[in-house]
Ligand binder design. Structure first.
Ligand SMILES: Cc1cc2nc3c(=O)[nH]c(=O)nc-3n(C[C@H](O)[C@H](O)[C@H](O)COP(=O)(O)OP(=O)(O)OC[C@H]3O[C@@H](n4cnc5c(N)ncnc54)[C@H](O)[C@@H]3O)c2cc1C
Length: 371
């Protein structure tokens, strides 16, 4: 029996398991290594922060997917890889040999150390959940008229959408508290690369809620209850969400797999490692030949190509090239059952956009969770 090991319950692997459930690969044992059984679907995470969904409602159930694909689930994390020997080392000390390996582990984020501030990195998403619940408990019990300062560091889509979601959640949960919200962005513009009209709309939502936006702020470290910028400016914060760019996990680089300059696994057009042909990578952890935004839409679209190419690698057939979509629909929730829709240079907004986003996201999850 030959073995295909999937590392990470990421968006692309959900599709691989679904395809393998529908059309099994004979004589191949499939193993999924994942420390989590429920993996969040990124599109619904800001809705969860805003309180529109319970955590379970926005997760893909990998236990059920593995059962349907007759794959074995190892509830662990990979800590090391020896691609020459074709063996993985898991966090519990187990070694797993493989014939083919596919990696879809997303990305991480290392925020500065903070002792007197609740500092929550947004990646990995599954780690955010526990810290978020603890923060909500703290906020819920704050005495009336307490001054509480909330910051988000990062002015990309995740930072802006999370800030709007947090505003809605915190003010609804603890109306007795005097909140002050600040969003810090490194560049001179919010949402770099997004259509001008959409940036204007979202900046309007932030302004109408009294959320201060600090431009040109490069966070350097945290000192007590202050985030200190490289230029010496400070942001006072009791709680901060860290939403700066994605960083690569270290073990793929340490294993000797070829990686790009940021440490993401270098793959060719077929999502195949450029150094080890029996290793594939997809989603945020993959450094595609041309750099792609670290966004779930790409991980999702890589899924069918990854699935096809894993099957082809097993069968010794031709691989298919992945072609990233040039334009795609982005729906950014504003926390209040309203969303801004963006495609290319065009944007529009309304309650209809939020309902549209909900319908797309629920249909997506329904497909994986077998509803
Ligand atoms: C707050 C926020 C909101 C976002 N909203 C959107 C959005 O609306 N639309 C969008 O397109 N993108 C969005 N993104 C980006 C999106 O979350 C990521 O691009 C997407 O999740 C990447 O998918 P993936 O398959 O690469 O990895 P992930 O979905 O991150 O999955 C990786 C999995 O691998 C597991 N893993 C990690 N390390 C190991 C290991 N060593 N061993 C085994 N398993 C491991 C993790 O536990 C995780 O389950 C958002 C991001 C954030 C932070």
């Amino acid at each position: 029996m030959r073995r295909l090991v999937l590392v990470g319950a990421g968006h692309a692997h959900a599709r691989v398991l679904l395809d393998f459930a529908r059309r099994p690969v004979p004589d191949v044992e499939i193993v999924l290594v994942s420390p989590v059984a429920l993996a969040p679907y990124s599109g619904m995470v800001p809705g969860w922060l805003a309180g529109h969904y319970a955590w379970e409602e926005c997760c893909i159930d990998f236990v059920s997917l593995c059962r349907r694909a007759e794959a074995a689930l190892r509830p662990n994390a990979v800590v090391a890889l020896d691609p020459a020997q074709r063996v993985l080392l898991l966090s519990d000390g187990e070694c797993i040999p493989y014939d083919w390996l596919s990696i879809d582990i997303g990305a991480t984020l290392t925020p500065p150390k903070a002792e007197r501030m609740a500092l929550l990195p947004v990646r990995p998403l599954s780690a955010l959940q526990m810290r978020w619940d603890a923060l909500l408990d703290e906020i819920r019990t704050l005495p009336p008229d307490t001054a509480y300062r909330v910051a988000v560091v990062g002015g990309g889509a995740a930072g802006v959408e999370s800030m709007l979601a947090m505003h809605r959640r915190f003010t609804g949960l603890a109306p007795q508290v005097k909140f002050q919200f600040t969003l810090a962005t490194q560049g001179n513009e919010l949402l770099p690369g997004m259509a001008e009209g959409a940036v204007r709309r979202l900046a309007g939502h932030l302004a109408r809620r009294g959320i201060e936006v600090l431009h040109g702020f490069s966070a350097d470290h945290v000192d007590g209850t202050h985030i200190v910028g490289e230029d010496g400016r400070t942001i006072p914060a009791d709680a901060a969400l860290w939403a700066t760019g994605a960083q690569a996990y270290r073990w793929p680089r340490q294993s000797g797999l070829q990686v790009d300059e940021r440490g993401f696994i270098r793959v060719d057009a077929y999502l195949q490692s450029t150094s080890h042909p029996n290793v594939f990578a997809a989603g945020d952890c993959a450094g595609w030949c041309k750099p792609l935004p670290k966004a779930g839409v790409f991980a999702v679209r890589m899924g069918p190509v990854l699935s096809r190419n894993l099957r082809a690698a097993i069968d010794g057939a031709w691989l298919k090239a992945y072609r990233p979509q040039r334009r795609y629909l982005v729906l950014i929730g504003t926390g209040d059952e309203h969303a801004v829709a963006v495609r290319g240079g065009l944007s529009a907004e309304g309650g209809w956009a939020w309902r549209w986003k909900q319908a797309i996201d629920r249909r997506f999850l329904g497909r994986y969770n077998g509803e």
